[in-house]
Each structure stands twice: as structure tokens, then as C-alpha cells.
Design a protein around this ligand. Structure first.
Ligand SMILES: NC(=O)c1ccc[n+]([C@@H]2O[C@H](COP(=O)([O-])OP(=O)(O)OC[C@H]3O[C@@H](n4cnc5c(N)ncnc54)[C@H](OP(=O)(O)O)[C@@H]3O)[C@@H](O)[C@H]2O)c1
Length: 272
């Protein structure tokens, strides 16, 4: 499995998303993914499932040092003391002394960016997170984080799949050594509506999910975190790494609609 290394980050390119799993389904899914060879798990304080992920981390025979764990802090907790409390609670639930990547989950219009990023950096300096980053940041916000504040942002986790253009975010991220993690990489089932993706899948004896994942994973600096509750789907997604897409496939994918944004914020976002 290829990894992305930058600004303290050392992250396998394919991970397991855990939202909206809870309870035994979540613990079981994380355990099965680890048994299949996944070494990257994505959670968040907001998902309410860190204890279940922590139970899997405690039960798996895989060493903690070999697993990349990402968690996130919700904007209600961006103030310095609140962010530290949120991360400490996440670590207690996850039963670990550190996370590999700690992200600001969403920017909000009232976010004091310099202060919030300074707090994030302090938590990294204190050893609670190996790397820090952001999620749902536009180019304008990434630029402020990097050029105004000088924060060592290792990752921006954004919605990204074959039906959504993220070329501007990718260009800025690449120029500044920032990984892009694609969430909703399977476009939450929307792929089935596009015969062009189906045709590529048939050509390679693959599934549409595998085509969508391999298209992402072939890109420099891009990771993907499909959520899959069942071991069979987790294995299918892992096997995407064995699919080889060609220029004709990439041209067909480039011709798909690129404006399908599935995840919306609870407040106005200017994505351009
Ligand atoms: N940072 C953010 O703001 C943010 C926002 C959204 C999501 N995320 C993260 O990104 C992760 C993934 O995104 P997502 O869950 O929204 O969407 P997704 O991964 O694009 O889609 C998940 C759906 O695809 C299905 N699936 C998975 N593998 C499959 C396969 N091989 N064949 C057929 N169906 C398959 C799953 O089925 P099952 O239901 O059977 O598992 C589930 O219904 C989340 O779990 C979360 O960790 C982050």
C-alpha cells in the first residue's frame, strides 16, 4: 500500500471511513478492515463512534504503531481550551495517547482562523497529534492557513470523487506539500447512475466502486476513505489497487459531470 508522507504525516493512501457506523457494527467493521490489511481508520468526535473505534484498536492484534488514525474536532470546540478538551476526550475514547492526524472538521463563518490554527499547532507540539490538518477548506482558506498563519498543514480532507471537480484544491495542496484525502470517494452510490463508469468497470472485470477508487488513488498526494460496513465490500475496495486504468478510461471519467456535491455544511460555504 502506497503512503503519503508530508509535514509529519505518514498515511496509507486507502483508509476506512467510519461515519455513520455506531456500536458493534462500527467495532466489527474496523476489526475486519484491520484483519484484511487496512491500516488507516477515519473517525471524528462528531461521529460519536470513537469509543467503538477504540474498542477495535484495543482488540486487534495489529500494533497501534502500524495503524494510522485520523480524528477531527467540531467547530463548536475550536476555542483553545475546548479544542484541547475535545482531543483529550477523543484520545480517551480511542484508547490511545496520540492520533496520527488531527483535523479541523469544518470551517465556519465565525472561525477565528489564526487562533484556531495556533491551537492546533500547540496540540501537535505537545505530542497529542503526529500531524495536523483541515477538512472542507477551500483554496482561499488553505491559502490563509499556509501564507498568513504559516501552519504546517499536512492534509485537507474534502469531498472528492469522479463526479466532483477538485482541481483547484489539488493544485494548491500539491504546491504546498498538503495531502488531499477524498471523502465520499464512492459518491455514496451515485456512480450507478453513470453508464460510462459501468462501461469502464466491465472492460476491466471490475466494479464501479473499484474504478472510482483507483482513479483517486492513482493521483499524486490523494488518499481515499470509503466507508464499508461489510468485509466483502472492504475487500472489494482493497482490490481496487489491482485495477489498471488507461488513458481512455481517464478521458471517459474526465467527461463525466463534475458538479455533484453530496455533503453540505450547516452554514453558507463559498466553494469557489
Ligand atoms: N470530513 C468530512 O466532513 C466528511 C464528510 C463525509 C464523510 N467523511 C468521511 O468519509 C467517509 C466516506 O464517505 P461516505 O461514507 O460519505 O461515502 P462513500 O464512502 O462514498 O460511500 C459509502 C457507501 O458506499 C457503500 N459501499 C462501500 N464499498 C462498497 C462496495 N465495494 N460496493 C458497493 N457499495 C459500497 C457503503 O455501503 P455499506 O453501507 O454497506 O457500508 C455506503 O453505503 C465517511 O465514512 C467519513 O469517515 C468525512
Amino acid at each position: 500500500m502506497q503512503r503519503i508522507t508530508t509535514h509529519g504525516l505518514n498515511m496509507p493512501k486507502l483508509g476506512l471511513g467510519t461515519w455513520p457506523m455506531r456500536g458493534e457494527e462500527c467495532t466489527g467493521a474496523v476489526l475486519s478492515a484491520l484483519a484484511l490489511g487496512y491500516r488507516h481508520i477515519d473517525t471524528a468526535a462528531m461521529y460519536g463512534n470513537e469509543a467503538e473505534v477504540g474498542a477495535a484498536l484495543a482488540q486487534t492484534p495489529v500494533a497501534r504503531a502500524d495503524i494510522h488514525v485520523t480524528t477531527k474536532v467540531w467547530p463548536d470546540n475550536f476555542a483553545p481550551d475546548a479544542m484541547r478538551r475535545s482531543l483529550e476526550a477523543s484520545l480517551a475514547s480511542l484508547r490511545t495517547g496520540y492520533v496520527d492526524l488531527f483535523l479541523l472538521h469544518w470551517p465556519r463563518p465565525d472561525t477565528d482562523l489564526p487562533k484556531t490554527l495556533e491551537t492546533l499547532v500547540r496540540l501537535k507540539d505537545d505530542g497529542l497529534a503526529r500531524a495536523i490538518g483541515v477538512s472542507n477548506f477551500t483554496v482561499a482558506l488553505m491559502r490563509r492557513a499556509v501564507e498568513e498563519v504559516g501552519a504546517p498543514i499536512a492534509c485537507n480532507q474534502v469531498e472528492y470523487h469522479v463526479l466532483l471537480d477538485q482541481s483547484k484544491v489539488l493544485a494548491y495542496a500539491r504546491a504546498h506539500g498538503i495531502a488531499v484525502t477524498a471523502y465520499a470517494p464512492l459518491a455514496r452510490g451515485e456512480l450507478a447512475r453513470h453508464p460510462a463508469v459501468q462501461r469502464i468497470a466491465e472492460k476491466h472485470g471490475a466494479t464501479v466502486e473499484q474504478v472510482a477508487l483507483k482513479w483517486l488513488l492513482d493521483q499524486d498526494g490523494v488518499a481515499a476513505i470509503p466507508k464499508a460496513a461489510r468485509a466483502a465490500s472492504q475487500q472489494t475496495n482493497l482490490d481496487a489497487l489491482n485495477v489498471t486504468l488507461d488513458d481512455a478510461d481517464r478521458a471517459a471519467i474526465a467527461a463525466l459531470p463534475k458538479d455533484v456535491r453530496i455533503v453540505k455544511a450547516g452554514w453558507p460555504m463559498d466553494w469557489d
